[in-house]
Design a protein around this ligand. Structure first.
Ligand code: URA
Ligand code: URA
Length: 267
């Protein structure tokens, strides 16, 4: 209930109790009468923000609390009605709210839709191995997608569909907020669609990969999607992604061993 309605109910309550006690008249100044008749309920306030006792001011929310609050807003999203009705669940993102490195993929696939976590299927397992080869764990970085819902594939029993521009426009603000909360020192865009979702249509991923871009003021490295590496097992392609990850590690000031430098040069 709004503060206005609470006050109104309390006032009516009070006046009725006075009446029951035999009070037939109340002294009200003309100014108060005028103010009463002019009063209109305020437009509904931001949901309960003012009435919930919170320990820290909103601006002081930890990254973890801010992400949790964002998550609570995203999970019931119905901006894309067709995806809201076809999905099992929204796939928000996973990892460390304090991460220095954030990976951005395209959209959940069937496995992710089922488990509620990004990059847990075959391509995800390869991404996990890439992260580990960098000397990190999934818990140290943050992983999210452009789309939080699995693109529906009506009439198909298998396979994935690329997100539409309208779907990416609807969902991009959530990713923007995730990035603004986490403030990673570097982003990795996985594949052409992720780059398109972040920067709009530019060049093909073959030209883009390996070259730093910027998104929301944060350095962004485009690279191939791990699903591409599963389709094309050539050592040369693995090495390209690995060189992109070496560039990211250098940018973050991570130490790089000679062994790490040499991965995927030859078998
Ligand atoms: N080291 C970390 O612990 N996290 C990152 O995201 C990157 C480097
Ligand atoms: N591919 C993606 O782009 N994202 C996922 O979460 C899984 C597969």
């Amino acid at each position: 209930m709004s503060a206005y309605n609470q006050l109104l109910e309390a006032t009516i309550d009070h006046v009725q109790r006075l009446k029951a006690q035999g009070v037939s008249h109340l002294a009200v100044t003309p100014a108060k009468l005028a103010a009463l008749s002019a009063a209109t309920p305020p437009t509904p306030a931001l949901p309960k923000a003012a009435s919930i006792p919170i320990a820290a001011p909103v601006v002081g929310l930890s990254k973890s609390a801010a992400l949790a609050a964002l998550r609570a807003r995203v999970m019931p999203c119905i901006s894309c009605a067709h995806l809201a009705s076809s999905r099992t669940q929204v796939v928000f993102g996973v990892g460390n709210p304090e991460a220095e490195l954030m990976f951005v993929g395209e959209a959940p696939g069937a496995d992710e839709d089922e488990q509620g976590e990004p990059f847990v299927g075959k391509a995800g397992q390869l991404l996990t191995r890439i992260i580990q080869t960098m000397g990190l764990t999934r818990d140290q970085v943050y992983i999210a997608n452009i789309l939080k819902c699995r693109p529906d594939t009506p009439g198909q029993t298998a396979g994935n569909r690329k997100p539409t521009p309208a779907e990416m426009d609807a969902c991009r603000p959530y990713l923007m907020e995730q990035i603004q909360i986490i403030q990673p020192r570097a982003l990795v865009a996985l594949g052409a669609t992720a780059v398109e979702g972040l920067l709009g249509k530019t060049e093909g991923i073959t030209k883009l990969r390996g070259h730093w871009r910027e998104f929301a003021g944060i350095p962004m490295m485009p690279t191939f999607h791990p699903a591409y590496l599963l389709r094309n097992q050539a050592l040369s392609e693995k090495r390209k992604v690995w060189e992109d990850m070496l560039a990211v590690m250098e940018r973050l000031g991570m130490s790089i061993s000679a062994k790490q430098r040499g991965f995927f040069l030859r078998e």
